[in-house]
Design a protein. Structure first.
Length: 231
């Protein structure tokens, strides 16, 4: 049977888990509950569930091709020279995408980004995005048959929500001192939020939460930093 949303009791359990970990006094609980619910619907949608799983080696190969193409494009644009670059700027107004855009503001923004003085910067931004994407997939699968990663995506969304709602870095760890075998400030919130969705058997929920947390935590520690401007 399809999940129709959290019951009053389930929502109360989620709220209590956050309150126990110092939910911010100004937090809008109805909005927060809606955010949690919407995110869980999003990650469990058929589109997400059927999303292609790209292995680590293929991630590196695909992004390397993109970076090379971006670098080549920047160089080719530079080699046009100012006169031909200005000619491209003049013709932007005749391109249907720019000419018939959604609004004046949208058309102005696109034209600005594609102009000769901004185009290389826009491509560089995409280059940085490729580096960030590579970092995000660092903990992805390397070999083996494709698996269902919906539970991991769900946990990662909840990790961000928890940190935003409490202002406290989330933690999860294995411990023999609890009945479930797991502890940490994030764990009760994750269990309360995920149990009603039945994404995995109840007996494996804790191990899945811990695995997703470790992947997310490792990614956060290795997130690359970029300068705000490059000459």
């Amino acid at each position: 049977m399809a999940f129709l949303g959290y019951t009053i009791q389930q929502a109360a359990a989620i709220h209590q888990a956050l309150v126990k970990e110092h939910l911010k006094p100004d937090a809008d609980w109805p909005h927060l509950l809606k955010l949690i619910t919407d995110k869980m619907y999003e990650v469990t949608s058929p589109e997400t569930a059927n999303q292609e799983i790209v292995y680590a080696g293929d991630v590196k190969s695909r992004l390397k091709k993109l970076v090379k193409a971006l670098n080549d494009t920047v160089q080719a644009h530079k080699e046009l020279g100012e006169v031909l670059q200005w000619s491209l700027d003049d013709q932007l107004l005749n391109v249907p995408l720019v000419r018939d855009g959604y609004s004046d503001e949208w058309r102005t923004t696109v034209r600005c980004l594609l102009s000769s003085d901004q185009f290389p910067l826009a491509l560089n931004a995409m280059r940085q995005a490729a580096d960030l994407a590579a970092a995000q997939h660092r903990s992805g699968p390397t070999t083996g048959a494709p698996k269902n990663y919906v539970i991991r995506w769900a946990v990662r969304e909840l990790l961000h929500i928890f940190e935003s709602a409490t202002g406290i870095p989330p933690t999860v760890y294995a411990t023999p001192h609890t009945k479930a075998g797991y502890g940490g400030n994030f764990y009760p919130f994750a269990v309360a939020s995920l149990t009603p969705w039945r994404l995995v058997p109840a007996k494996t929920l804790g191990s899945n939460i811990l695995t997703a947390y470790k992947e997310w935590h490792g990614h956060e520690k290795h997130q690359p930093n970029f300068p705000t401007q490059q000459k």
